[in-house]
Design a protein around this ligand. Structure first.
Ligand code: ADP
Ligand code: MG
Length: 334
């Protein structure tokens, strides 16, 4: 029997907390020896049940990022003007759109960059409204942003940077009691034994085919465009986010670097990872197949579809999707 591993939409909105079932699990209908079972399985173990599955998940209890009617300003200027989007663990979404449409703004606002002011709407992650959470707390909940322009930090080696990041993320998001420190941090952070860290790092480096010399260099310092993007992806591999936002991971890469970077992203995709892949061009989608494609125009998602939408955009450009009111504005202004 052919079983599909696609995760079915639940439409439950707040996911994990609706029924109190464990996060990262999924209900499936299985069939063995002509008997039908309904099972709750861990998403991570789903493949083991593949031969017996009838279809995919009927109810998905993984992590969801839910964005509702999100409005945000920068320096008093309205950039996001009502974004609605749901990204679930295991799904790959591409967010496309012309330059200046607000794609990076969306990624930054989801991650909690304080430069942006949220003026309306909600952001939910794993059943919690995270709008008031600090960026590091969002990261400890396993939300991740791969930067379009990663910063270099001379003097800090890739290995050290990764180890400290992993220690921080492993700390998790402590549920708050009244009177607690609002950051949700533990009082004391546990360090990772060097040997354990090395083994884990080696495993991830093998997976991504990253060279050993890479990790002793200062992070992003003197790195080529492609190396910077690979450092972001290595970080992502190690931190194992549940939802990752990848901002223009393809920008500034030549075709060889683009292939390598895309392969790395593909190596990480699977039922435990949801990706919002932000890209201006269709070319990265030749290597990474999205489940959904969204087009942003002037701070709103104006169209969503399947992977074929990306090809349509490649052929026709973005202008045909420009909302009518924007055209009028352009007409009035010149
Ligand atoms: P995209 O990633 O889709 O190219 P951005 O989110 O970077 O778009 O930018 C959206 C809009 O926000 C653009 O019009 C841009 O000029 C504006 N913008 C971005 N950063 C700033 C800033 N620091 N101050 C003022 N306007 C900004
Ligand atoms: Mg951008």
């Amino acid at each position: 029997m052919q079983a599909t591993m696609k995760v079915a939409p639940t439409g439950t909105g707040m996911g994990p907390h609706v029924t109190g079932r464990k996060r990262g699990t999924c209900i499936v209908v299985a069939n063995r020896a002509n008997l039908e079972f309904i099972l709750v399985v861990k998403i991570a173990n789903l493949m083991r049940f593949a031969p017996y599955l009838k279809g995919g998940c009927v109810s998905y209890m993984g992590s969801e990022l839910i964005i509702k009617n999100l409005h945000a300003n920068i320096e008093g200027k309205a950039i996001l003007r009502g974004v609605d989007l749901v990204v679930k663990q295991g799904e790959v979404h591409a967010l496309m759109g012309p330059n200046g449409s607000g794609k990076s703004t969306l990624a930054n606002v989801i991650m909690g960059n304080p430069k942006y002011e949220v003026t309306d709407g909600e952001i939910w992650f794993k059943g919690e409204n995270i709008l008031e959470y600090s960026p590091d707390r969002r990261a400890r909940m396993r939300l991740f942003l791969a930067f379009q322009y990663p910063m270099s930090i001379p003097g800090v080696s890739v290995a050290n940077f990764l180890r400290r990041s992993l220690e921080a993320v492993r700390e998790g998001n402590k549920p708050l009691e009244e009177g607690d420190n609002p950051t949700g941090k533990m009082a004391k952070r546990k360090s990772i034994p060097p040997r354990e860290f090395r083994t884990l790092l080696q495993e991830k480096m093998r997976l991504l085919k990253v060279d050993n010399s890479f990790i002793n260099r200062a992070i992003n310092d003197g790195f080529s465009g492609g190396e910077k993007k690979r450092a972001e992806i290595l970080q992502m591999a190690l931190l194992e986010p549940e939802i990752a936002l990848m901002d223009e991971t393809d920008s500034g890469l030549d075709i060889d670097a683009l292939k390598i970077v895309s392969e790395s992203v593909n190596a990480l995709t699977g039922p435990n990872l949801g990706i919002l892949l932000i890209t201006h061009y269709q070319r990265m989608l030749n290597y990474i197949t999205p489940d959904f494609v969204h087009v942003m125009f002037n701070g709103r998602i104006v169209k969503s579809g399947g992977k074929e939408l990306a090809f349509e955009l490649e052929e026709k450009g973005y202008e045909w999707l420009k909302p009518v009111d924007e055209e009028n504005e352009v007409g009035v202004n010149g």
